[in-house]
Ligand binder design. Sequence first.
Ligand code: HEC
Length: 142
Amino acid sequence: MKLVKPFTLGVVAMTALLYACGDGGGDSARKETTSSIPQNEPKKEASFEDQHGDNPDYVQGLALIKDSDCPSCHMAERKIVGPSYAEVASKYENTEENVDLLASRVIKGSVGEWGDVPMPSHPGLSEEDAQQMVKYVLLLRR
Ligand code: HEC
């Protein structure tokens, strides 16, 4: 009888590392302190993918967003040109009304909600697709 159980210590080490590197992400007190640190690892407890990866609204919305120009101005948890999706999600509750409201702003463009930088209009986007994207955005709540 051969009973070989490969225990992967690597997984444990990885997990510990993730916790060790995680920071609160406070954006007011500190400026750019992360310039030389690679940002391709999820830093927080559970990733949004872990939390919502089996939700069709998450999967379909994310696919549409990846196909569009949104990623050039938005990231899930970091403000670039526009607010992070997590910021948007903490400002607006995930209700049908807010989905409609935000979807129409994505289509028509928006300014003044987050600052002076405008979001351009997306006239080529169907209401249905815009709503699906917003449903994804509003799931990213911490
Ligand atoms: C050229 C940069 C740019 C692109 C491309 C862009 N956005 Fe934005 N987005 C912004 C900015 C800037 C704001 C903040 C606008 C404001 O203050 O009203 C914003 C705001 C938003 C908001 C919040 C609106 C509100 O009323 O609070 C949502 C939701 C959003 N964008 C989703 C998207 C989606 C989905 C796409 C892709 C279809 C997209 N954005 C493409 C720059 C962009």
